[in-house]
Design a protein around this ligand. Structure first.
Ligand SMILES: *Cc1c(COP(=O)(O)O)cnc(C)c1O
Length: 411
């Protein structure tokens, strides 16, 4: 039996319930026209979870294409520098396309193929999810179209070109703020119209049920591997896990396998931006309140009238007004704590880890590393911390150079 095939059976958690709710959060708040598609997807996913051929195929591509298992690396110089607990990095930056997003994109495109769909659509903000989806669609020979706001296309030209190289059609969205939330609206409109032949690949553990569940299950491989690897390398479980939280997929992917281990502390790190004031950050738990966005109930940055607020983060992947519902639940029950790191702290960690370990982390992952910089020095040397290195920072060096170098040195 593959790890995946046994996973749903060993599921000890009473959530999500039959309505896709995680306590008070989650659910399926969508137009009636989308209900049949979501129900079809839910059934297909349940079948795939129990299907040894599907699981075997997924494992085959994870091993031979994505490059799994990704290593668990002891960051010796970073550890020495901080002078506290031992710090390990889970190297999702070494996965194909340079981040954890491929785990979910590959799983969903494989599922779409099993469902007999001919066409894949997705939305993308910074372009990372679009690239991962375009990659999986190319691998499995499905037609792919990605919706992207024109403001984001301008900022992320290289990812637009990457997707086009991979054979994907990038559809510009020039309505509203011309960014991610407008691209999501257009992708949903497309899905309603073409649902018979089309699967919509949602990029994180958000959206209407069953998306948060599907994405979590495809990302659980991170924690499953990390658990086995830390047992091999340290002979015991870690004391603390740290991961950045945008929508919440890399963090729940690492955390989920340890939820039952009450002695393992877990910390999700959101984007504090430049200040915890309206429109200057994306720390939903620090500055938000319960509300609905993207078809699910969760924490949302909104004003007194329930209007969604603008957000800011140096890192595009964390720059979103809401967070996955399972995180809202795990925070409410006190299992996971959520902190935030400011833009400047993330940029400092970005440089520190580059210099000490020869690993340029994604600016998203740099938020998790910034939190490690804060807490590890006061921990005991006998303690063990795992930080999820959700992605590599090659995509961010241009932006970092503009922020860190005086203009005359930047050419
Ligand atoms: C997209 C992205 C994130 C944030 O998304 P989650 O769903 O919270 O994981 C984090 N790190 C990297 C490298 C990303 O590309």
């Amino acid at each position: 039996m593959s790890e995946h095939a046994t996973s749903s059976k060993t599921q000890k958690h009473p959530y999500p319930d039959a309505k896709g709710r995680y306590g008070d959060f989650g659910g399926r708040y969508v137009p009636e026209t989308l209900m049949p598609a979501l129900q079809e997807l839910e059934k297909a996913f349940e079948t795939a979870q129990e299907d040894p051929v599907f699981q075997e195929t997924l494992r085959h591509y994870e091993a031979t294409y994505v490059g799994r298992p990704t290593p668990l690396f002891f960051a010796e110089r970073f550890t020495e520098h901080l002078g506290g607990a031992k710090v390990y990095f889970k190297r999702e930056d070494l996965a194909h396309t340079g981040a954890h997003k491929i785990n979910n994109a590959l799983g969903q495109v494989l599922l779409a193929k099993k469902m007999g769909k001919k066409r894949i659509i997705a939305e993308t903000g910074a372009g990372q999810h679009g690239v991962a989806t375009a990659t999986a669609a190319s691998l499995l020979g499905l037609e792919c179209e990605v919706y992207m706001g024109t403001a984001d296309m301008e900022r992320q030209k290289l990812n637009v070109f990457r997707m086009r190289l991979l054979g994907t059609k990038v559809i510009p969205v020039s309505s509203g703020s011309k960014t991610l939330k407008d691209a999501i609206n257009e992708a949903l409109r497309d899905w309603v119209t073409n649902v018979g032949e089309t699967h919509y690949v949602l990029g994180t553990v958000h959206g209407p049920h069953p998306y948060p569940l599907i994405c979590r299950e495809f990302q659980r491989i991170i924690g499953r591997e990390a658990r086995r690897q830390i047992m091999e390398q340290e002979g015991r479980l870690p004391d603390t896990l740290i991961a950045c939280v945008g929508g919440g997929s890399n963090s729940i992917g690492l955390f989920f396998e340890f939820l039952e281990d009450k002695d393992v502390k877990m910390i999700g790190v959101e984007a504090g931006g430049t200040a915890i004031e309206p429109e200057k950050h994306a720390a939903r738990f620090a500055g938000g309140s319960p509300g609905m966005l993207q078809g699910a109930m969760s924490y949302v940055l909104q004003d007194a009238d329930g209007q969604i607020q603008a957000t800011h983060s140096v890192s595009a992947g964390l720059d979103y007004a809401s967070v996955g519902p399972e995180h809202a639940y795990l925070r409410a029950v006190g299992r996971i704590s959520y902190e935030y790191a400011m833009d400047g702290e993330a940029l400092d960690a970005f440089q520190l880890v580059s210099r000490l370990e020869g690993i340029i982390p994604a600016l998203e992952s740099s938020h998790a590393l910034a939190h490690a910089v804060k807490i590890v020095p006061s921990m005991d040397p006998s303690e063990v911390v795992i930080v999820n290195m959700s992605g590599r920072g090659d995509k961010d060096v241009d932006q970092a150079a503009r922020l860190l170098l005086p203009e005359e040195d930047w050419a």
